[in-house]
Design a protein around this ligand. Structure first.
Ligand code: HEM
Length: 498
């Protein structure tokens, strides 16, 4: 009994607990009754997945039309809020960047546990790894001449390989990935590999498999415990195995660089620079998130993110050239008038080739290679457009919804480089969000744009891109995954007579 109140202690405690439960319940109702709307009612366990069968990108764009620019979905049992317009993306990723820049703690990354490095990490781990990587890129001249030299070096091998095809119908996907990957390898590991090196071929193939399996549409990514079931119906074990295979490759790279560093034969690479920075911070006793484990992930991410995206960008460009020969002709004419045919294009030519740059931007826009930025996480309860997003909700920024928005582009499904030209000058509007927005903006954007320019200008200067069979054009269809390259197609690269 509490004499002052005249109440028994157990009764008082029960009342306090009841009040707390009621408050929590009230808070829960307040938040959950004010979520962004759902396009359709979800199924138990699988959520909205059954509605996404077929062309998932078109389905998601359709949900925007029926439900609005912000909507909720269930991926399995996980709530995901989809942001589907330029205005909403700006409000979340830029104006409310503090709340919308974290990465999820579960979902697609939970199966393999990508919480170190840059892409999947949050907080100090993300900040330090991103800053150190960007400063190494800067030191190597990201977007300037030193890097351009490395790309041009690789281009010589790539163009020789294309010449060896003798204008016959060919798939150029693998050799393009090998060339683009060699540029990253040069930066990260300090060396290149031969295109017919079988180990290297396997490495490229594995990176493609990981990208396909990380598409987010697999049930096991939302119920990671499925990996403990016998068999592998949900392909969870396959992803773990392929991830491990790739990580083992990264470890070999790192060990090799450490050996070469000791004998002084290889110092100018990202791994050495990272290790130096890590040792410096450790020696001064500074608290640091830089570690061997984080380095493995950073190397993994640069390889995966750097190969697939840029190589797919070039393949989409080639496919659009088959469908739009008049654009290819104009690019060639610009190259001839600004550079001629006696020397290779260089970085200095980039600002002069306006139409070529416009065609590259148009390829990246229309292909929308990364239809959704990586999953973000709302790190605190936040209100956006009057809706409440609970703490730790997964957020999916739809880049497709901006890059293919009729209200912005007028005729978004047409390939029309002129949309990026105004009075003969190249104008890239803020709605060009192929590399995302805000704090998670792609760290390789400058490198990718430079690679795309030098690859496109060098290939078009030397070859005409033609269909494998005259009059028959490959369809403009994508392969689903974390990135969306085109379905494999054949073409002919016929050397120009000059
Ligand atoms: C055409 C080529 C490329 C495209 C379209 C592209 C697109 C993107 C997109 C949309 C994101 C997601 C940002 C977000 O979650 O909001 C991203 C992140 C990232 N990209 Fe790229 N990317 C390209 C090339 C590259 C290259 C060449 C590299 C590496 C050298 C790279 C490394 C990364 C990394 C590490 C992140 C994670 C950033 C973070 O979470 O802080 N990307 N990229």
């Amino acid at each position: 009994m509490i004499p002052e109140l005249g109440i028994e202690l157990p009764v008082l405690l029960s009342a306090v607990v009841a009040l707390l439960v009621l408050l929590k319940f009230h808070q829960w109702i307040r938040v959950w009754s004010n979520l962004p709307p759902m396009p359709v009612r979800p199924y138990p366990i699988v959520g909205h997945f059954p509605y996404l069968k077929g062309d998932i990108r078109e389905k998601m764009l359709g949900f925007r039309k029926t439900t609005g620019d912000i909507f909720s979905m269930y991926f399995g049992g996980t709530l995901v809020v989809v942001l589907s317009s330029y205005e909403i993306l700006t409000e979340a990723l830029i104006k409310q960047a503090d709340a919308f820049s974290a990465r999820p703690l579960d979902g697609p990354i939970a199966v393999v546990g990508y919480t170190e490095g840059i892409l999947g990490s949050t907080g100090q781990q993300w900040k330090e790894n991103r800053t150190v990587t960007l400063s190494v890129f800067k030191k190597f001249g990201m977007g300037n001449n030193i890097l351009a030299e490395k790309i041009l070096e690789e281009l010589k091998f790539y163009l020789d390989k294309l010449v060896s095809l003798k204008g016959e119908p060919s798939y150029i996907g693998n050799m393009t990935s090998c060339a683009i990957s060699n540029v990253i390898c040069n930066i990260v590991v300090g060396r290149r590999f031969e295109y017919d090196d079988s180990e290297y071929g396997k490495f490229i193939e594995t990176s493609d498999r990981i990208m396909r399996m990380l598409g987010g549409g697999f049930l096991h990514q939302w119920y990671p415990k499925l990996k403990y079931l016998p068999g592998d119906f949900f392909k969870a074990k396959a992803l773990i195995q392929v991830d491990k295979q790739f990580m083992d490759g990264m470890r070999n790279f790192i060990e090799r660089v450490i050996r070469e560093e000791q004998d002084g034969s290889n110092k100018d690479n990202l791994i050495s620079e990272y290790l130096n920075e890590m040792r410096k911070r450790q020696e001064t006793g500074k608290q640091t998130e830089l570690s061997m484990k984080s380095l493995e992930r950073v190397v993994f991410e640069l390889m995966i993110a750097g190969i697939e995206t840029t190589a797919s960008g070039f393949l989409w460009f080639s496919l659009y050239m088959l469908h739009n020969p008049q654009v290819q002709r104009k690019i060639y004419e610009e190259i001839v008038s600004e550079i001629g045919t006696n020397r290779a294009p260089t970085l200095e030519d980039k600002s002069r080739l306006k139409y070529t740059n416009a065609a590259i931007a148009e390829s990246l826009r229309l292909a929308s290679l990364v239809p959704w930025a990586g999953f973000h996480r709302c790190s605190s309860e936040t209100v956006i457009q009057g809706y409440t997003i609970p703490k730790d909700t997964m957020v999916l920024p739809s880049l497709d919804s901006v890059l293919l928005d009729e209200a912005i582009w007028g005729d978004p499904r047409n390939f029309r480089p002129e949309r990026f030209l105004k009075d003969g000058e190249l104008v890239i509007p803020q709605h060009f969000v192929s590399f995302s927005m805000g704090r998670r903006f792609c760290i390789g954007a400058k490198l990718a744009k430079l690679e795309m320019f030098l690859f496109v200008a060098s290939v078009i200067q030397k070859f005409e891109i033609l269909p494998a069979e005259p009059g028959s054009l490959p369809p403009r269809q994508y392969r689903m995954g974390a990135t969306c390259p085109p379905q494999p197609f054949r073409l002919r690269l016929v050397e120009r007579c000059v």
